[in-house]
Design a protein. Structure first.
Length: 115
């Protein structure tokens, strides 16, 4: 993936995450389908960012804000609280991997990590 495609992917991620969070905050609607797309983009971004040393601060901010909003809004949507917490956990895990220069494929359950 070249830099232009990376920028498009990051923009789509931020826009989709923003729309998703607005629906959660204003309408108390938690779309599993919309989140799946956001999570897939997050994983794809993690794969791409392993190749580049620089990361957009606006991307990191949007990502971290999304995690915080999901956790903060979960108590106000009781029927979706557990799902929202799990969504935040998934986004946070991928976010942390990006900060470490890794992607989800680098963390295989049951396989020791040796550096």
């Amino acid at each position: 993936m070249n830099r232009e495609e990376q920028v498009v992917l990051e923009k789509r991620f931020k826009e989709n995450l923003g729309r998703f969070l607005v629906a959660v905050q204003t309408e108390r609607v938690v779309s599993q389908v919309a989140f799946a797309d956001i999570n897939n983009d997050a994983v794809q971004i993690a794969r791409v960012l392993k190749l580049y040393p620089d990361i957009s601060k606006s991307l990191l901010n949007a990502w971290r804000t999304g995690i915080k909003v999901l956790r903060a809004e979960a108590p106000y949507v009781p029927e979706e609280a557990q799902a929202m917490t799990e969504m935040a956990d998934k986004l946070e895990m991928t976010f942390d991997l990006v900060l470490m220069g890794e992607s989800p494929e680098d963390r295989v359950p049951g396989v020791p990590r040796i550096f």
